[in-house]
Design a protein around this ligand. Structure first.
Ligand code: URP
Ligand code: ZN
Ligand code: ZN
Length: 470
């Protein structure tokens, strides 16, 4: 590094333990023009200084699965808008989010993207991009709008294999995979077998089994396995990569591992709700269990162990939130009143704020390997797979200075009262985590200081993405 550059540092983050790629080093980080320009001990004094002694400096979290200011598969608007969701994200240590531009049945995709772009630009306090969610795969969408939007830099596409209002046929998934392959985008999939879920739900309702706990029974484990295998085979037919969202079962992980062993290009994520919750959480009096209802549902302890193993082995590369917030009142979970069946309750849980603290607690206290793995699954891998590297996801020279200073000794018990998003509750209430993000920087600007937000709504930027892939 030239001395002239070192003399022009805007900021030095001094004396922290820095998790940089595969290394954990004691180093200062020099920042100029919003980028990391130096990583070494003993950097010269800069205009601004942040003391990071005793703290762990991680790359800003990259959350590639969040539903923000979006009409859901059941037709309900999420509780959060762009400002509230990204505020909760920033306070939790996330500096980049990929959410959805959600096309429903009769909508024009280009108008949907324009609308989401306008709303995100007004509210976001962190950097962002969109997955193009295809719910109306008509010729205009597939032949004209989708290719143009991918070429414009929206380099991922989402399809649902279930939900009446959003699912698309295998034939249309093949179309989407082919277009995505040709134009350089990654297709992400909500993989559950629609027929199995509809059939199970009908039977349960006919037997009067309507409580939230039956949501878990209505989504049999086989429905995930069948759909995961099918969509991988659809992708293989086309010769395209595919990304499987929110893997919940042991069998799902095994199917992905087997397919990759067989040469398929498959990426996969899981989410905190599958690592820390089980189907038993749905079993509460009245409709209380609705707070833990999401799809696929939480499973059992053996599944949790398999998902952790999948993350360690790299079968699952990403830990996302699948933040889908609905308040526990008549604007959200209780919209259909006190006698609602499990089929009438919105699916989804908040998690954009809690994702990193839960993962840090579970992964980052086991020495350097745990710190590196945490950084990989929460930042580096999602950034790489979704075309945001090298700017996002790693602490390296040339990357955006998206940085989080974690205090490993701060313990916090998660409570509904402390929730920053607008769901108004957390499914993790009562969990105590070791470690908290005290200071968060986005492109070199402090956006969270001592766990308080100091960023202007609209200061987040849309990310120019490259063709995805590891
Ligand atoms: O239950 C969930 N995950 N709701 C959000 C929509 C989805 O399935 O991704
Ligand atoms: Zn989903
Ligand atoms: Zn989702």
């Amino acid at each position: 590094m030239q001395d002239t550059m070192l003399n022009k540092l805007d900021l030095v983050i001094r004396g922290g333990t820095v998790v940089s790629g595969q290394d954990v080093v004691e180093a200062d980080i020099g920042v100029a023009d919003g980028r990391i320009v130096a990583l070494a001990e003993g950097l010269p004094q800069a205009r601004d200084e942040i003391d990071a002694k005793g703290q762990i400096v991680m790359p800003g979290g990259v959350d590639v699965h969040a539903h923000i200011e979006q009409v859901s598969a059941t037709g309900l608007m999420t509780a959060d808008d762009w400002q509230s969701a990204t505020t909760a994200a920033a306070l939790g240590g996330t500096t980049t989010v990929l959410a959805f531009a959600a096309q429903h049945r009769s909508m024009r995709l280009s108008e949907v993207v324009a609308d989401y772009t306008r709303r995100a630009a007004a509210g976001a306090v962190i950097d962002y991009g969109f997955h193009l969610m295809i719910g109306n795969p008509d010729p205009l969408t597939l032949e004209t709008e989708l290719p143009a939007l991918i070429d414009a830099g929206h380099r991922s596409v989402k399809v649902f294999m279930t939900y009446d209002r959003l699912s698309v046929s295998d034939e249309h998934i093949l179309d989407v995979l082919e277009i995505a392959k040709r134009h350089g985008a990654l297709v992400c999939v909500h993989a559950e077998n629609h027929g199995m879920i509809a059939w199970m739900s009908r039977k349960l309702l006919a037997e009067g089994k309507i409580a939230p706990k039956y949501h878990a029974r209505a989504h049999p484990r086989l429905s995930e396995l069948e759909a995961v295998r099918r969509v991988i085979d659809l992708a293989r037919l086309v010769g395209a990569p595919v990304s499987i969202f929110h893997v919940s079962t042991r069998e799902g992980v095994a199917a992905i591992r087997a397919a990759v062993g067989d040469g398929a290009e498959v990426y996969a994520e899981t989410c905190p709700q599958y690592l820390f919750l089980t189907a038993d959480d749905l079993d509460k009096p009245g409709l209380e269990g609705a707070k833990w209802m999401f799809s696929p549902p939480p499973r059992g302890h053996a599944d949790q162990a398999a998902l952790w193993q999948g993350l360690r082995r790299g079968d699952l590369q990403i830990l996302s939130s699948d933040h889908a917030p609905y308040a526990y009142d008549d604007s959200g979970k209780l919209k259909h009143g006190p006698d609602a069946t499990f089929k009438e309750i919105a699916n989804g849980v908040p998690g954009i704020g809690a994702r990193l603290a839960l993962a840090f607690d579970a992964m980052a206290h086991d020495g350097p390997r745990g710190l590196v793995r945490f950084a990989e699954v929460t930042a580096a891998n999602p950034a790489r797979i979704y075309g945001m590297a090298p700017a996002k996801g790693v602490i390296t020279i040339g990357a955006d200075a998206d940085l989080v200073l974690w205090d490993p000794d701060q313990h916090r018990t998660l409570t509904d009262a402390d929730v920053q998003d607008r769901a108004g509750y957390t499914p993790y209430a009562g969990c105590t985590v070791r470690g908290w993000p005290r200071t968060v920087l986005r492109r070199g600007a402090v956006i969270v200081r001592d766990a308080v937000l100091c960023a202007r709504p609209g200061s987040g930027r849309m990310i120019a993405r490259q063709t995805p892939g590891l």
